[in-house]
Design a protein around this ligand. Sequence first.
Ligand code: NDP
Ligand code: DGY
Length: 330
Amino acid sequence: KILIPWRRRKAATQGKSLGEQLWSHGKSKCCSIQQWDSDEPIPPSELRAGVAGKDGLLCLLSDRIDKEVLDAAGPTLKVISTLSVGYDHLAIPEIKKRGIRVGYTPDILTDATAELTVALLLTTSRRLTESAVEVKNGGWTTWKPLWMCGYGLSGSTVGIIGLGRIGEAVAHRLKPFGVQKFLYAGRHPKPEADVELGAEFVPLNKLAEESDFVIVTCSLTPESQGMCSRDFFCKMKKTSVFINTSRGAVVNQDDLYEALVNGHIAAAGLDVTTPEPLPADSPLLSLKNCVILPHIGSATYATRNKMSVLAANNLLAGLKGESMPSELRL
Ligand code: NDP
Ligand code: DGY
């Protein structure tokens, strides 16, 4: 028995979507499926009720799988498959304690997310949304030497917080723009990246002080939570641009707002926020020098389709006691 807490629907492209994969297995009596048939997130109480007695759970990053959900599931739950590479929404110590296996979707979304990160960086640093608005509202009166000027990548220093799969893919895409130097901060140095990218592993403070662009692509953990706060922003250059495509909680948003308003940094681009969705009255939305996207890093049809198939296959393999295509090592 499986619970899928989101809507059954056809994929927008060819290939088998997650629903189709699982439903075809369901028809062949591999498993019986209960699905939350809505695009809105399943309410926690419905999730707890639905997961009771299930063997498998297919969840989204917006579903918090905490102790209460695991208790409600009971001892039958063997596998959790998440449609994401990030797993900060899963209570990993509790899951591990119960011997539950976890599947996730690394690698296949790296290209799409790296591409979006580069797009967000250029949009923010070259003031694309602000400029496009001026064209529509009559603000474009004539060509003016310093109007809508921003910051370019050529000859710049780019600092990446979390040089993992996505961080490295971002760096490879940015190198041809003429970046002079890559700095990175994280838990461990990466000797291969040092060679391939000429990147330097540095303490977070040095990264903040020396980077023209700071890009956050780390995972959200208790250590990285709130890592980019007032102290960090104050160390950044006044002309620097801050980009976050990891998780909103890595950033202290009040401190980021202050840094943007007080000119401690030039601009910020966020694909992730706290909370999500960001309320329409968030002060960040009032700023011209802050570009905010609705968590669309992996949002290409092909990528979401691959993620769906992988998540389905992870779940099915886990239920059969086989090795999963992408299992999180707990
Ligand atoms: P990886 O595991 O390959 O990379 C994560 C990186 O984070 C690692 O390099 C790790 O460093 C680093 N890291 C962990 N803790 C810290 C810390 N305290 N300080 C600095 N760095 C740290 O994952 P991916 O690259 O595949 O994905 C990264 C994250 O991106 C996901 O966890 C997810 O939250 C987010 N994401 C967002 C998307 C979006 O739509 N915006 C799409 C996909 C992912 P080390 O190697 O040294 O341990
Ligand atoms: C992830 O996979 O963690 C993203 O945030 C969505 O693709």
